[in-house]
Design a protein around this ligand. Structure first.
Ligand code: PMP
Length: 350
């Protein structure tokens, strides 16, 4: 690891050997902490999660007629599918609850809903807005195991182990802003057999091309150097705190504190995802007395006075019907206890 005190990536060209040490450190520590097998390449990519929505089909589909299957069970997978529509022939695996028409569950994979010629099967392992999380990746049916699984882990990466080989992960990406740093960088992890000069569409730009960037060792163009250094620091921290398995236990504990407050509130609070095995540990959506506006405002003001901020966020999809408590790595068990205790007290008083 680069040792000179005071000289961080902020003061280094990305072409220096000193920055190379920072880059290698970020990659090696991520590989160790996230137990990423050697047959996967680790890239730091540009353009956020949305960049990957486009890069994926551009790298895996040569032609607009190539098929790709998308599970659409929340706002982000819906957006990924809409981007995919521009570059390939999308087959939707519909994840809307058939009764309510809402995104509250995850559809089962079957031979019927995955075309055998699909270039990939896409899913989002934590739907940030809808609060639906796959605590473990699902497996494809035996006859579809040749198809690589693509995972958007933007909002749950580093909070649980990943069955890279067993789940058939072809590519997994995560924008850094939630759990492994801050905006401006995406980590994209690619199984090496998906790389190759003949794989991508001719229209795939160099900056999005996985093979081009893997060959250039993440330095085809100027990478987000500071953000890469932060990922390395974050992974060091995770390792010191017991690694990904220990981090999962912390995530379970934090989420449990809030879901208990909701489930034991006699419907004072409610959360849309009823299936407990799909409830997100990262993002806990909840409303107060069915969405009572006055009470919600009172809740937001009182919690804000306690230093609890960000429960009502304006997403690209507008202001949702639910408040949302996000429990990323930056939030401690103590922080979460503070919110759950406030929720219980607020219920008693109102
Ligand atoms: N996927 C998920 C699961 C997300 O939560 C987000 C954004 N928060 C995105 C994709 C989009 O990422 P970006 O804003 O970096 O493009």
């Amino acid at each position: 690891m680069f040792q000179k005190p005071g000289l961080t990536s902020l003061a280094l060209s990305h072409r220096t050997p000193e920055f190379q040490a920072i880059l290698d450190h970020a990659i090696n520590t991520t590989r160790r902490v996230m137990e990423i097998p050697d047959e996967y390449e680790i890239l730091f990519t540009h353009g956020g999660g949305h960049g990957q929505f486009a890069a994926l089909p551009l790298n895996l589909c040569r032609n607009l007629t190539d098929k790709a299957s998308y599970v659409v069970n929340g706002t982000w997978s819906e957006r990924a599918k809409n981007e995919g529509d521009k570059f390939c022939s999308v087959q939707v695996i519909d994840g809307k609850d058939p009764e309510s028409g809402l995104y509250t569950h995850f559809p089962e994979f079957t031979e019927d809903n995955i075309h055998p010629d699909s270039k990939y099967v896409y899913l989002c392992s934590n739907e940030t807005v809808n609060g639906i999380e796959l605590h473990r990746l699902p497996k494809l049916p035996e006859s579809r195991k040749h198809i690589p699984l693509i995972v958007d882990a933007s909002s749950d990466f580093s909070t649980k182990p990943i069955d890279w080989v067993e789940a058939g992960v072809g590519i997994l990406f995560a924008c850094a802003s939630k759990n492994i740093g801050h905006p401006g960088l995406t980590i994209t992890i690619i199984r090496k057999d998906l790389l190759g000069d003949d794989k991508a569409s001719d229209l795939c730009s160099g900056v999005f091309n996985y093979t081009t960037n893997a060959k250039a060792g993440n330095l085809w163009n100027t990478p987000a150097t500071f953000n890469i250094e932060v990922v390395g620091i974050l992974m060091d921290w995770l390792e010191k705190e017991g690694g990904v398995h220990e981090n999962e236990q912390r995530s379970i504990k934090k989420a449990q504190l809030l879901y208990d407050a909701i489930d034991q509130s006699n419907n004072f609070y409610s959360t849309p995802v009823k299936n407990k095995s799909l409830r997100s540990r990262m993002n806990v959506p909840f409303n107060i007395k069915g969405g009572d506006q006055k009470l919600t405002e009172k809740f937001l003001i009182e919690s804000w006075d306690l230093g609890i901020v960000g429960l009502r966020t304006l997403t690209p999809f507008g202001v949702g019907d639910y408040l949302r408590a996000s429990l990323y790595n930056g939030i401690t068990i103590k922080d979460t206890e503070k919110l759950s205790e406030f929720m219980i007290k607020f219920q008693k008083e109102n």
